[in-house]
Design a protein around this ligand. Sequence first.
Ligand SMILES: [Zn+2]
Length: 491
Amino acid sequence: MMLSSKSLALAAVLLVSYDVDAFVSPQQSRTSTALAGYGIGSWKNKSSSPSSSGGAAVATRNPWDDVNETNKVAKTDAFTKAPAAVKKSYGLGSWSKTASPGGSGPASSTKMTPLPASVHAGVVTGQAQVDLLNHAKENGYAIPAVNCVSSSGINACLEAAARNDSPVIIQFSSGGSQFYAGKGLDNTDFAAAIDGAISGAFHVRTLAKRYGVPVILHTDHCAKKLLPWIDGLLEASENYYQMNGEPLFSSHMIDLSEEPIEENLEICQDYLARFSKVGMLLEMELGITGGEEDGVNNEDVALEDLYSKPEEINQVYEALSPISHMYTVAAAFGNVHGVYSPGNVKLEPKILSRAQAYISEKLGNSAPADGKPVNFVFHGGSGSDVTDIQEAIGYGVIKMNIDTDTQWSYWNGINQYSKKNYDYLQGQIGNPEGPEKPNKKYYDPRECMRAAEAETVDRLDQCFSDLLCTNVCGGSLSPSPRGKSIGGLPV
Ligand SMILES: [Zn+2]
């Protein structure tokens, strides 16, 4: 079901008016005191420790040598933010904001604990990433994970993250990676998909620090036949680690949900062991996310396969935890890729709660105090009711994928731009102002692409708000300059 242009225009107006107060540009909002910490002297490698003159933003220890011990347990159940009173079924024509959760500002401005000192602007890997995800769990928010296929899409994500003063996850699918390299490039042996993802990673690393937000750099679904793609990227991260003391990517997803669970776990164990040596996190999938995405069609799967059992999630916990705690689980709780008519998406977030309780009981005294031993990832959230989303966050969801909604917003920005300027876009010369008037400034691709970006930033504002992921950084991070530093590029 498509959004009507009328409701979207209304939504856009409401979003814009909501965001005016909240928007403070990075330049306006942040002090420069932490900038020094990102200077050349702070570039971290395995043989020298960083000078932490900038305070908050620089890791002060090898960020992954104590990963296994420090998947810290929350001391309190910090999911104190009640689900927003506003009930929005976004993506289905009614997602315009009718009231803001906190009255005048973002919902999560209260009771957010300060970001751990290890978490810095730029790409976070290793311990910084673990600390950031634990912060999400303890404070009851999930980080939006947005599929990007272009530098323009990436920039929209970074802009939205900076506007919300919050972390973001930027991820590439295999098809998106190939597109990033250029569809005209030969993709034999996944060469274009590997190089495209690396190219995107360098783009993110170049700019994330400039936007002043922490970014988890990730790749999306990797089915068994796509494993050579991840092998290429992992090799790149291992090489990058040798040279720079951190991996190129923060994490990868390996989706073997279509294989028998034993095989799924066995392969994930092998990858997790390799990932953990360079401070990378593994996202694995259990059960099937329905719907269609990036050429994978699960529209006709049996209903029971859309729901993971607590025993299965426990199997994952028992298989992976002894290797490393740097993994997340995309469990199936009725989630479906894509946007469908209301009623077709029957989410059962309590499946996640039951799994947490089941595993905690098995763990007995060694169960984490918050009763949430597993970090969950929410796939197929488009079209979900915000109360379901926030209920799932309360059960340990720390990442939600966003693809369909931003595909729509990007297109809709172009569509609206084209409609608005139709008479100026039908030829290089000639418009209602005169037959010889040039139209160059209307068909300059920057115009329609910027309209797409602006619409996407607005849509992402809604995502950040729904996921209670606003003002997470609390103004503690600064845009940092180019130069050798962790999270950026060594140039
Ligand atoms: Zn997915």
